[in-house]
Design a protein around this ligand. Structure first.
Ligand SMILES: Cc1ncc(COP(=O)(O)O)c(C=O)c1O
Length: 418
């Protein structure tokens, strides 16, 4: 007998999305690496996959803090102090570790307050619809992260209108806002770092358009948090000099190497977010052991050690960028520790990723829709605890790859990729 769930699964398999992924898995069965399972992660950036040791160039732990004993010990101590979970939504109660971590984050960041969410995705899904109503409009960069776009869909279903503007184009933003009038307020949603290409938004221009058009800037700085700007405060303060008229979203999982996210803003706005973000009210919080570790990471970022970690990261980044230029590869980004090497065709991008894998290096092959169509990239994430030998080893294999694959060297990278 067939149950409705069997017919539901059969019907899902017939949709365009599922057929696309099944065809993709069959067509690139030996190349796609999407089912890769890491069996062990040792110290440094070496991982084990199927009894093979690989250097991992696909980790967001840009400062290598996931391997830092102080951060690991803080998680262990937090579990001893609080247990593994506090078992209730913060709409009922918070553990002290939560309040301490929020105050510590605010003092480090320089905002009046912060509110911690379980992830950046849940922050965006909760905060964006919570901030706007039927008389408002949300305007977003066409390449804004998927989690913001999903949050905007919820806002739209509540009656808020929304519209997009051309990537990193402040003039287009102004045009779009003009056309969207009349509205009460506009929320402008952008990434602080575009995670596939590693490029930055023109924040000063966007902020001035926002001020002149009854709009508030909402910056998802997931990839800038903990690794860009002074003391790792991210992209916003360096670009604008203040947090006036904006909300900043930061990640506690990427460079922070813990878990969760935060929104930094005035205390009165934090209070509104606590009441109005459904993901905060109806969902569980970050487990307390990670909150202890967040405090440890803030201490590291506020000490001179941050400068040493950044120097190690910059040394690796500069060496990789200089090496790719020597080989003649087209590189997108490079202002951040995300270095994307343009490959182009989907199949070639997957085969290039497999070639690196077979030679002992793991990087992500990123395809449409994460990047524009036929602008596939090898996304290399550089960490402070990669060794010079590992960077040079990767460059050697990239050199061999460029000879074998005839990679694009003359295309205008900004034209083809986000
Ligand atoms: C800009 C941006 N926002 C949100 C996310 C998702 O973050 P999380 O894993 O905390 O949900 C990412 C992940 O890479 C991101 O780049």
């Amino acid at each position: 007998m067939s149950f409705p769930i069997d017919r539901m699964m059969a019907s899902l398999r017939r949709t365009g999305l599922s057929r696309f992924f099944e065809r993709f898995a069959e067509q690139f069965a030996d190349e796609h690496l999407k089912d890769l399972v890491v069996d062990a992660a040792g110290s440094g950036r070496v991982i084990e996959v199927n009894d093979r040791r690989l250097v991992n160039f696909a980790s967001d732990s840009f400062l290598g803090l996931d391997q830092d004993l102080r951060v690991q010990n803080a998680v262990a101590q937090g579990a001893r102090d609080w247990g593994t979970h506090n078992g209730a939504s913060r709409a009922f109660s918070s553990v002290r570790a939560n309040i301490v971590a929020e105050q510590k984050l605010a003092a480090w960041l320089g905002t009046e307050a912060t509110l911690i969410y379980p992830s950046v995705t849940l922050a965006n899904l909760g905060a964006i619809p919570g901030l706007v109503g039927k008389q408002d409009v949300v305007v977003f960069d066409e390449f804004a992260h998927n989690s913001m776009q999903e949050g905007i869909k919820i806002a739209r279903s509540n009656g808020t209108s929304s519209t997009r503007f051309r990537h990193n184009d402040a003039c287009d933003l102004e045009r779009v806002l003009r056309n969207a009038r009349p509205y009460r307020f506009a929320l402008i949603a952008v990434d602080g770092v575009y995670s596939m290409g590693g490029d930055l938004p023109p924040l000063a221009d966007l902020a001035s358009v926002a001020r002149e058009n009854d709009a508030v800037l909402y910056v998802d700085d997931a990839h800038g948090t903990g690794v860009l700007g002074e003391c790792g405060r991210g992209t916003v303060l360096d670009a604008l000099g203040s947090y006036e008229n904006l909300l900043i979203v930061g990640s506690l999982s990427k460079a922070f190497s813990c878990a969760g996210a935060f929104i930094g803003c005035p205390a009165a706005m934090c209070h509104q977010l606590k009441i109005r973000s459904n993901s905060y009210v109806f969902g569980g919080p970050v487990p307390p052991p990670y909150l202890e570790a967040v405090c440890t990471v803030v201490d590291i970022l506020m000490s001179d050690e941050y400068l040493c970690l950044r120097a190690a990261l910059d040394r690796n980044l500069q060496r990789l960028i200089a090496g790719t230029a020597e080989i003649g590869l087209t590189v997108i980004g490079g202002q951040t520790p995300i270095v994307s090497v343009l490959i182009g065709d989907d199949g070639d991008t997957l085969r290039a990723g497999r070639f690196l894998f077979d030679h002992g290096f793991y990087v992500q092959s990123v395809l449409f829709p994460a990047v524009p169509y036929r602008a596939g990239v090898l996304r290399i994430q550089v960490n402070a605890n990669h060794t010079i030998d590992q960077i040079d080893g990767l460059l050697e294999v990239l050199c061999a790859l460029s000879r074998q694959f005839h990679l694009p060297v003359t295309m205008d990278a900004h034209r083809v990729a986000a």
